[in-house]
Structures are given as C-alpha cells and as structure tokens.
Design a protein around this ligand. Structure first.
Ligand SMILES: Cc1cc2nc3c(=O)[nH]c(=O)nc-3n(C[C@H](O)[C@H](O)[C@H](O)COP(=O)(O)OP(=O)(O)OC[C@H]3O[C@@H](n4cnc5c(N)ncnc54)[C@H](O)[C@@H]3O)c2cc1C
Length: 476
C-alpha cells in the first residue's frame, strides 16, 4: 500500500516523485512505457524560460518564474547539465519593438529580473550571426538551457535512490475506489494500491482521469518539429534566440543546447496527441525561419530531426487541482510550455499545498538529494580517467566514437536507477548514439552490452518500447 501513487514518468511526475521522497512517505511511479521520459519531456527545446511570456496571474507565470529560480540548484544537486546562457527576443521592425516593451513590462509584472532592451548594433556584438535585418532585442539574463531527459531521469533516479518504487510497462487503464484510496490497474491486469493518486500522464491525462470516472479532462496535441545541428556548430549562437511572439506562440527558435549542438525549431501544428512524426513541410518551415533569424546557418551540419507533441487543454493554463469527482485524485495536466522550467516549483507546490493538506508530511532525515550523472567520464581529468580504467577496464573501451562514451558508462547506466533496459534508454542516459552518426556505429555494440548485462538473448533487446526488436536472429 503506497501513500502516494504518481502516474506518468515525465519531468512533472519525476520532479514530484523526488519531492515526495523528501518526506517519510511510501511512494511509487507508474509509467506506461518501457522507460521513463518517453513523452513530451523527451522532445522539447530544453529552454529554462525566464518568465516574460506568460500572462501575469496565471499558473504558468507563477510556476515559470519560481521554477526558473530553482533550476540551477536542482541541476547542480543532480549532476545535470544546466547553463544560464540568457535569451534574446529579436525584433525585426518598429511594430515588433513595441511588443518587446510589452513583454518587458509583462516579465517585470511576473517578477523577472534584469530584463532590458538593446539596439541592433549591440545585438550584433552579442550574437555575431544574427540577421542584418534585426533592429532590437529584449535581453532576459535569467533564461537558461537544460537537458530535459537528463533532468527527468535524474529526478526519478534520485527519488529511487531515496526509496521510491518504479513500475514501467504499467499503463493505467482502470481504478477502483477502496476504503482508504484506490486500486490502480494496468492494461496487463497488475494492481497497485495507494491512498492518493497524482495524474501526471501528459498526453494520457484524459484517459487516466476517465479510469477514475472523471470525464473533465480533454487533452489536445500540437506538434513541434526540430532540426538538430552537429556539435561542430556549437559556437554558432550563444543565447537562445526567439522571434517576437505572435498570438500563435513563441515561434521557431535558434538555440545552443547544453551538449553544444544547435537546435532549430519547434514548429506549431495541431495534431493527434500521439503523432510525433516529422514532415517535409515542417522541416522546410524551420529552415526558412532559421535563415530569417541568422546569417550563414550551417544546415549542412544537420544530424537529425525529431518531433515533440505539446499537450494542452482549452484552459490554456496548467491544471493543478484535486479532481472534482474523484476524491484524492490530483490532476497535474495540461502542462504545456513552460512546463519543463516550472517542474521543480509545481512539484513543491503539489507536495506542500495539496498532498500535505491530506496526509502528515514528516521530513525524511535520510534524504540525499545528490546524484552522479550516468554520462560523466568526459568530465574527469586524465589522471582520474586512468585511475578509473585501472579499477574497471570497461572505462577504457570507447563504444560510441562520436560522443566518446565508454562501455563502463553504459554498464553503469544499465544497473543504475532508473535502469536503462533499451537501446534508446542507454542513449538518453549516456549519449551513446546521440552524435553525428546517430548510432550507426555503436548501436550493435550497445545492444550486445544490453543482452549481456540483462541476461536476455540479443534478439530480445528492444530499441524502445516492448517488441521493438533490432534483430530477428543471430547468424553463427
Ligand atoms: C515541442 C515542445 C517544446 C517545448 N519546449 C519547452 C521549453 O523549451 N521549456 C519548457 O519549460 N517547456 C517546454 N515544453 C513543455 C514541456 O516539455 C512540458 O511541459 C513537460 O515536458 C510536461 O511534462 P509531463 O511530465 O507533464 O508530460 P510527459 O513528459 O508527456 O510525461 C507524461 C508521461 O505519462 C506517461 N503516461 C501516459 N499515459 C499513461 C498511462 N495511462 N499510464 C501510465 N503512464 C502514462 C507517458 O508515457 C509519459 O511518460 C515543450 C514541449 C514541447 C512538446
């Protein structure tokens, strides 16, 4: 019997799970996929928004600004890459310059500090590749970047280190009210029992609500396609460059990532909430907009394209409240952008202001908020590397040549919290397969390591979800 069951292993469920383990509570996370972080927390811009975009008084504005303030400390504790690179909203005409003033005033009303406007000349000093047509920019010094899947995995891993349980391949389809809470059932018929349930199921938030006979949540999807440029272009831009927003949204951005790639995108196109395909039209739009924002965009260094699906409701604000029909079911859904930025603040609010009003919160004296990243070998000094290789020769075997990832890191990730049991799970934890060849060289070796470490035949190793096998058999 758990005191709190969290449904959905994205950044919201992950941050919440970790926050819960700061207290003496028996908690678990139910995730429908084979790995955590398989929804929108995996495929987004990774921007830690400053908070000038959301309308004052909304939950988005409140949690964006407070989440932004918490992010750097959280990332330091969890060994997650974060950079306070600052963001620029670029204006291309006098009308857009007026919008920058409005954004500045809105940001100040939301409590964002340091906002100021620079002219085109100063802007070109700050960003050497910005278009000659740019006339001004709003500078947000508190804007940052983070690796979204690294953060999500680290939150869940740290929660597990502190006692939380994880159930993957557990798609919640049905719930039964009991005297003390709920019996929650998976599609395969497994059952987990708990007092309080928190619905953080992203795109599945409506279906999860329905499993509790709550018909109030309807989730819609809007896809965002991206093009990723090779690390060789890492110095192309240092700030996150936004167009001046329109009523359609923030538009396509050009931004460095914490791993020194350059990210172009996202588009914004209504779609089925489970449709994460890229389209020729979407990618063409990204190319056009990136070329409007910057000169000499090195598109020949594109290494991959991908798509994330924003999940939203008609409320167009976060829904963070107890269900009106199912007692002790708490919805944390409709978490569109800036949900990644807001995650630490949402988690704290849900635990202290909602869960804490239902059960006593006794601080967990044994809570350890620190964690070593799974992708760490490259950060060591030469002496430290030699010492580690002496202790474990697997660290001397480079498996992913593009990203210089060693066998030691992959083995560690397979046995860490949460365990990496698929090729894509290894990729998200260690970056093996994230480089220029996109796994062309290392994928077979990663699959062999998984087969050996998990004790399963090679033909049963999955790329992603259950049944996504890589090989049909092994030739002698
Ligand atoms: C294109 C794009 C760009 C974005 N850019 C930014 C940005 O730069 N900065 C920012 O702050 N925010 C950004 N966001 C928003 C941010 O990504 C989201 O707000 C955040 O990831 C939401 O996390 P979540 O945990 O609610 O959802 P998800 O990450 O989708 O997690 C939900 C989880 O629930 C699981 N699940 C679903 N149904 C069930 C079920 N029945 N049983 C069990 N598990 C289930 C899913 O498998 C999934 O793992 C962006 C989003 C998109 C799509």
């Amino acid at each position: 019997m758990y005191q709190v069951i969290v449904i959905g292993g994205g950044v919201i469920g992950g941050a919440l799970l970790r926050e819960l383990t700061k207290y003496c509570l028996n908690v678990c996370l139910l995730e429908k996929s084979a790995d955590v972080c398989m929804g929108q927390s995996r495929a987004n811009s990774g921007i830690v928004h400053a908070g000038f975009d959301a309308k004052p008084g909304t939950l988005k504005a409140k949690f964006n600004v407070s989440g932004n303030r918490m992010m750097e400390t959280l990332c330091k504790q969890l060994g997650v890459k974060y950079e306070n690179n600052g963001s620029l909203v670029v204006a291309f005409d006098e009308e857009q310059k007026k919008t920058l003033e409005e954004l500045k005033a809105r940001g100040e009303a939301n409590g964002v500090t340091g906002l100021h406007i620079v002219d085109g000349e100063r802007l070109r000093v700050m960003e050497k590749n910005i278009s000659d047509r740019a006339v001004a920019a709003l500078v947000a010094p508190t804007g940052g970047i983070v690796c979204p899947y690294e953060l999500t995995i680290a939150c869940i891993g740290n929660a597990m280190d502190n006692g939380a349980a994880l159930y993957t391949n557990f798609e919640v389809v049905r719930a039964e009210k009991t005297q003390s809470g709920y019996k929650v059932y998976s599609a395969k018929g497994e059952c987990v029992e708990g007092e309080i349930v928190v619905n953080c199921a992203g795109a599945g938030g409506g279906e999860v609500a329905k499993a509790f006979q709550d018909e109030s949540i309807e989730i819609k999807g809007r896809k965002g396609e991206y093009i990723l440029l090779d690390q060789e272009c890492g110095n192309f831009a240092s700030h996150t460059l936004f167009f001046t927003p329109t009523e359609k949204g923030k538009g396509i951005l050009v931004s460095p990532t914490v791993d020194r790639n350059i990210l172009l995108g996202p588009t914004a196109q209504g779609c089925d909430k489970d449709d994460n395909t890229t389209t020729q039209q979407g990618l063409a739009e990204i190319v056009q907009k990136a070329n409007e924002m910057c000169k000499r965009v090195p598109l020949f260094h594109a290494i991959t394209s991908f798509c994330g699906v924003r999940t939203y409701t008609d409320k167009h604000d976060f829904i963070i409240e107890e269900s009106k029909t199912a007692e002790n079911l708490i919805h944390v859904v409709g978490i569109e952008s800036p949900g990644l930025t807001s995650a630490p603040a949402i988690a704290k609010y849900v635990v202290e202001e909602i869960v804490g009003k239902k059960i006593a919160l006794t601080p967990n004296k044994n809570f350890n908020g620190r964690r070593t990243a799974d992708h760490f070998f490259h950060r060591l000094t030469d002496e430290e590397k030699s010492e580690l290789i002496r202790k474990d020769p697997a660290y001397g075997n480079v498996v992913c040549r593009c990203e210089q990832i060693t066998e030691g890191e992959i083995v560690r990730a397979v046995h860490a919290n949460p365990p990496a049991t698929t090729v894509d799970a290894v990729k998200r934890r260690t970056r093996a397969g994230m480089g220029r060849c996109q796994g062309g060289f290392c994928m077979p070796s990663v699959a062999e390591i998984l087969s050996r470490e998990l004790g399963v035949p090679l033909e049963k190793v999955n790329k992603s979800d259950e049944g996504s096998y890589l090989v049909t058999g092994v030739t002698k």
